[in-house]
Design a protein around this ligand. Structure first.
Ligand code: TRP
Ligand code: ZN
Length: 882
C-alpha cells in the first residue's frame, strides 16, 4: 500500500538543526488575497549541527517575492526556491540575517492552516507545521526565537490587530485609512506557537493579579454582539490561572492574555503564546444556546490552553514525537482542574467513558500506535486519543505510584530544569526518577508499547486461614508493528468490601497505605490477612490504570459493589459490567433468562431509591447503559450493529418499566426551579432528570412523547430543550417533525445551535436517516467548508449512528467515502479525521466488513490524495499485525 516510504519521519533519525534562529521580525501587511510578509531572521550555525550543511527552510504554498542576505539582494544562482522550500547551498558559517518577502492568499486558504480568513477576520493556525505557509522557516519545535510582529491592515477591515506577547506600539498610517500594531514576545518560542489576528471583533476583559502581585489584562475577543456569551469563558480563565498557581505554583508571564474565538477551526483551540485562538464552540455560551456539556467543555478547554503556557510553551517539545509531553501532561492538568472545580468521582467516570470510547477503540484498531510514536507520515494524524488521553493516564499513574508530594516535587524539578527548552519524554521522567530515587525505566514502557493491556484477576478465600488471595495476569495484544509485548508496570488500587456492606479491615502484603499494588510481571499475586469473611474485591479503584479487566465475580457480587463500595468509580463500574454482560449476551442472540435482567433492574431500582438523590450526577451515569459503540467494542468481532441496537433498546425498556415510579418521582423532585446556573450540582440534577426521561420513553413511548413534548415546550434552557428533543427524535411521527421544525425556526441564526440540530438528526437510528443527512447537507446553514458543520452532521452520522453508518448495504460507507474525498480537496486535516470513523471496520460481520473495505479501497486508490487521508486510508487497510 505504502508507495512513498521515503516520506516516513522516524524518531531514531532525529538530529539537531544545522542552523538556529535567535530573532524573528515579521512585517505582515494584511490583504484579502495578497498578504505581504517580510520576515527578517537572525540566523547562526548550530554548534551541534553539521558544519558544511546547506540552509534548507521549509515552505508550503508560499510565493517568494524577494530575498536578501545581510541586506544584499541574493542573485538567482545563490539560492533555490519552490513553494515547498528555500535552499541556500553555501550560507555563511557565522551569524547572518536573512530577509524574506513572500506573498500569500488567506482567502483561498481552505485548509485552515497558516494565515486564513474566518467570517472575514484574519487569523492563523501554525501547529504543527503551519508557520511554513506564512513564510519560509526552520519550522520545527526545537528552533526557538524571540518574535516581534508588525501587523498592518485597513482600519475598516481590521480595527483589531493582535499578536503574541505584549503590545509595544500602534498607530495610524497617514492618509491611507490603514493602521498598524507592533507586538513583542520576549519568551523564545517555536514557530508553531506564533499567531496573529486582524478583524472586527467585540471584546470582554478583566484584570487579574498574579500570585506575585503582577497585573495581567485578560481579554476575550468574539463576533461583535456576542460579548455577553464570553463571560463564562472569561471566568473559567481566571479560575484556571488561580488554580495553576495553587496546584502547581505556576504563574503567568506576560502583561496580557488574549483569546480570540473564530468560527472556522480544525480542532478545539490553540495555545499560541499570549494569544490563544479558539473554536468559538468552546468560548460562546448562554443558557439559551449552550448545554451543561458545552459549559463543562468550555471550562476544560480554556483551562487546557491556559495550562499549556507552562506545559507546552515554557517547556516545549524537542520534536513532534514528543507531542504527549505537552498534550498528555496538559490533559492530565485540565482533568485535575475540572475534578477540583466539579465532582471528582463524577468527572473521573466521564474521563474513563471517553478514554474507552475513543482511545481503547483506537488501540484495538489498525490505527493503534504508542503514546510516543516511533514514526509518522503526517504529524496531524497523531493528535489522537492515544497521545492525549492515554498520555494523561500515564501521568496519573505516575502520580499514583509515587504519591502526590513526590509528584509535585518532580513537576517542580521538571519545570526548573527544562524551562525555556525543547524537551523529551526522557527529560520528564528523569525529574521524577531523581526526586524519588526510583528507576522508572520499566514504567517508561507505557510510552513505547501500544495496545490496551488485559488484566485478569482471580480471587481465592481461605476461610480457615482468614486470608484472601488475588491472582493477577496481564497480557497486551499485538498492534501494528509490535507483534509481541512485554509486561507493563500497572498500578492497581485495591480494596476489599464485605458482602453486608460492613467494614473489612484487612491488609495485603505489597499493598501500600494508599491501597496501591504494582503489577509489573506477567503474573503475580497479593495476599490479604485477617479477612473475617469472604469479601468482594474492588480492583482498579478510580480506574487506576488504562487497562481492560476480566474479573471472576458473579453479577450478584458486582451488585454488592454497586451498593457498598466506598469507591464511587467502582460502584459505577460494577453496574456497567453487569449491564455489559447482559447486553453482549442479548446482542449475540443468546437466551438471557428474565431473572438475570430482573436481578439487575431491581438492584438498579434499589440503588435509585436509596442513593440517587444524594448525588444525581453520579446516579445519571449509573443508570445509563453502555453505548452501542461500547457494546460493539466489547464484542470485538463479527459485530452486528442491528442486534446491538435491539439489545440495548430491550434493556432500556426493562429498566424503564421496572423503575417507572422511581423515575417519575425523579422527574418531579428534580424539576427546575429558579434561574439556570451551569454549576455542577445543578447540571447533575438536570442530567438525572433527563436520563429518567430517556428511560421512561423507552418503557412507554406514549408517556415519553407526552413528557418530552411538555418539556420541549416549557424548557428554560438549552440543556433541557435539547434533551427533550433528543428523546422526541427517537420516536417516529409528527410530533418529532414538528419539534424539529420549531427548533430550526427558533435558532435559524445560531449556527452553533443548529449544529446540535444536525447532530440529533444524524443520530436517528432509522432507515431514512442517510437520506435525511444528505438532504440536510443542502440546508442553507450547512457548509462543507466549516469543520463544525461537517463534524456535526457527517461526523456525527459516522461516529454516533452505529446502525445506519454501518448499514449492511454499504450505503453509509459509500456516503462517507464520497464526503471524505470531497473534503480532502478543501481541508485534508478534516477529511482525515472523518475517515478515522472507518477504523473499526475489521470487527464488523462479514458483509459489512466487505463493504467497508470496498469503500476504503476506493479512497486509497484515488490519485492526488492528501498525505493526511492517504496515510489514514493506507494504515486502515494494512494487515492488523503487519
Ligand atoms: N495544541 C492544540 C491543543 O491541544 C491542538 C492543535 C494541534 C490544533 N494542531 C492543531 C488546534 C491544529 C487547531 C488546529 O491544545
Ligand atoms: Zn493541547
Amino acid at each position: 500500500m505504502r508507495t512513498d516510504i521515503a516520506q516516513i519521519v522516524r524518531l531514531e533519525d532525529y538530529r539537531p538543526s544545522d542552523f538556529l534562529i535567535d530573532r524573528v521580525e515579521l512585517d505582515v501587511r494584511l490583504h484579502p488575497t495578497a498578504t505581504r510578509v517580510t520576515a527578517t531572521l537572525a540566523l547562526r550555525p548550530n554548534p551541534e549541527g553539521r558544519a558544511d550543511a546547506p540552509l534548507v527552510l521549509d515552505g508550503d504554498e508560499v510565493n517568494l517575492k524577494a530575498l536578501a542576505l545581510d541586506g544584499r539582494s541574493l542573485p538567482g544562482g545563490e539560492f533555490g526556491a519552490s513553494p515547498q522550500s528555500l535552499t541556500i547551498a553555501q550560507p555563511p558559517r557565522r551569524p547572518f540575517t536573512l530577509t524574506i518577502e513572500t506573498e500569500i492568499d488567506p482567502t483561498s486558504n481552505t485548509k485552515l492552516m497558516g494565515l486564513y480568513r474566518s467570517s472575514g477576520n484574519y487569523c492563523t493556525q501554525c501547529e504543527a507545521e503551519g508557520f511554513r505557509r506564512i513564510t519560509y522557516f526552520l519550522d520545527r519545535p526545537d528552533v526557538m526565537a524571540v518574535y516581534t510582529t508588525r501587523i498592518e491592515a485597513e482600519r475598516e477591515e481590521a480595527p483589531v490587530l493582535l499578536g503574541n506577547g505584549n503590545l509595544v506600539e500602534a498607530g495610524a498610517i497617514e492618509g491611507k485609512g490603514r493602521h498598524y500594531a507592533v507586538w513583542h514576545d520576549p519568551h523564545p518560542k517555536p514557530s508553531y506557537l506564533f499567531a496573529l489576528v486582524g478583524g472586527r471583533l467585540g471584546r470582554v476583559a478583566k484584570s487579574f493579579t498574579t500570585m506575585s502581585g503582577r497585573e495581567v489584562e485578560l481579554a476575550i475577543y468574539v463576533e461583535p454582539g456576542k460579548e455577553d456569551r464570553a463571560d463564562y469563558a472569561l471566568d473559567a480563565l481566571e479560575r484556571s490561572m488561580r488554580w495553576d498557581e495553587q496546584a502547581f505554583g505556576r504563574e503567568y508571564d506576560l502583561d496580557v492574555f488574549n483569546i480570540v474565538a473564530v468560527s472556522d477551526f480544525n480542532m478545539g483551540a490553540m495555545e499560541n503564546k499570549g494569544l490563544n485562538i479558539f473554536n468559538d464552540k468552546y468560548v460562546l455560551a448562554s443558557p439559551e444556546t449552550a448545554t451543561d456539556a458545552d459549559y463543562a467543555n468550555i471550562e476544560a478547554i480554556i483551562a487546557h490552553e491556559y495550562f499549556h503556557n507552562w506545559s507546552g510553551n515554557r517547556v516545549t517539545c524537542r520534536d513532534w514525537f514528543q507531542l504527549c509531553l505537552k498534550e498528555g501532561l496538559t490533559v492530565f492538568r485540565d482533568q485535575e482542574f475540572s475534578s477540583d472545580e466539579r465532582s471528582r468521582p463524577v468527572h473521573r467516570i466521564a474521563e474513563v467513558k471517553t478514554l474507552r470510547a475513543r482511545q481503547f477503540l483506537e488501540d484495538a484498531s489498525p490505527l493503534a500506535h504508542p503514546v510516543r510514536p516511533a514514526q509518522y507520515r503526517e504529524i496531524n494524524n497523531f493528535y489522537t486519543a492515544t497521545v492525549y488521553e492515554k498520555g494523561a493516564e500515564i501521568v496519573r499513574m505516575l502520580k499514583t505510584l509515587i504519591g502526590p508530594e513526590d509528584f509535585r516535587r518532580g513537576m517542580d524539578l521538571y519545570y526548573e530544569r527544562c524551562d525555556g527548552t525543547a524537551a523529551t519524554v526522557e527529560d520528564f521522567l528523569d525529574a521524577f526518577a531523581e526526586v524519588t530515587g526510583r528507576d522508572l525505566s520499566h514504567f517508561a514502557r507505557w510510552y513505547a508499547q501500544a495496545g490496551t493491556p488485559r488484566v485478569t484477576v482471580k480471587g481465592t478465600y481461605d476461610e480457615a486461614a482468614r486470608t484472601y488471595r488475588l491472582d493477577f495476569t496481564q497480557e497486551t495484544p499485538a498492534t501494528p508493528g509490535q507483534p509481541t509485548k512485554e509486561p507493563m508496570a500497572i498500578p492497581v488500587v485495591v480494596g476489599l468490601v464485605a458482602r453486608d456492606g460492613g467494614a473489612l479491615d484487612a491488609s495485603g502484603d505489597r499493598v501500600n497505605a494508599q491501597g496501591v499494588f504494582l503489577l509489573d510481571k506477567a503474573s503475580d499475586s497479593v495476599t490479604f490477612t485477617g479477612v473475617a469473611s469472604r469479601p468482594v474485591p474492588s480492583i482498579f479503584r478510580g480506574f487506576s490504570a488504562p487497562v481492560k479487566v476480566t474479573l471472576d465475580l458473579t453479577n450478584e457480587e458486582l451488585l454488592v459493589l454497586l451498593r457498598h463500595d466506598s469507591d464511587a468509580f467502582n460502584r459505577w463500574q460494577a453496574a456497567q459490567t453487569v449491564a455489559m454482560r447482559l447486553l453482549v449476551e442479548l446482542s449475540k442472540g443468546a437466551s438471557v433468562p428474565d431473572a438475570a435482567i430482573a436481578d439487575f433492574t431491581s438492584a438498579l431500582r434499589a440503588f435509585m431509591e436509596a442513593d440517587a438523590l444524594q448525588d444525581p450526577a453520579f446516579a445519571a451515569l449509573a443508570i445509563t447503559l453502555p453505548s452501542e459503540a461500547d457494546i460493539a467494542q466489547e464484542i470485538g468481532a463479527d459485530v452486528d450493529p442491528d442486534a446491538i441496537h435491539r439489545a440495548r433498546r430491550h434493556m432500556r425498556r426493562h429498566i424503564g418499566q421496572a423503575c417507572l415510579e422511581t423515575l417519575q418521582d425523579f422527574r418531579r423532585s428534580l424539576a427546575e426551579t429558579g434561574a439556570y446556573s451551569p454549576d455542577a450540582a445543578s447540571a447533575g440534577r438536570r442530567a438525572l432528570r433527563n436520563a429518567s426521561l430517556d428511560l421512561l420513553a423507552a418503557a412507554d413511548a406514549e408517556l415519553g412523547e407526552a413528557l418530552a413534548g411538555e418539556q420541549f415546550a416549557s424548557a428554560g434552557n438549552m440543556t433541557d430543550r435539547l434533551a427533550s428533543l433528543s428523546v422526541l427524535t427517537t420516536l417516529p411521527g409528527d410530533a418529532r417533525e414538528k419539534a424539529l421544525a420549531q427548533f430550526e425556526e427558533r435558532y435559524r441564526h445560531e449556527p452553533l445551535v443548529l449544529d446540535k440540530w444536525f447532530t440529533l438528526q444524524a443520530a436517528i437510528p432509522e432507515d431514512g436517516t442517510l437520506e435525511r443527512v444528505k438532504r440536510l447537507m443542502q440546508h442553507p446553514a450547512f457548509s462543507i467548508n466549516n469543520p463544525n458543520r461537517v463534524r456535526s452532521l457527517v461526523g456525527s452520522f459516522a461516529m454516533l449512528n452505529q446502525m445506519q453508518f454501518n448499514r449492511a448495504d454499504g450505503s453509509g460507507y459509500e456516503f462517507l467515502a464520497d464526503i471524505v474525498l470531497r473534503v480532502d480537496a478543501l481541508n485534508p486535516q478534516l477529511a482525515a479525521r472523518l475517515l478515522t470513523s472507518f477504523s473499526s471496520w475489521r470487527m464488523m460481520e462479514k458483509t459489512r466488513r466487505g463493504k467497508a473495505e470496498q469503500a476504503l479501497r476506493r479512497i486509497a486508490g484515488k490519485p492526488n490524495l492528501s498525505r493526511d487521508v492517504g496515510d489514514i486510508a493506507a494504515r486502515s487497510l494494512e494487515e492488523q499485525n503487519a
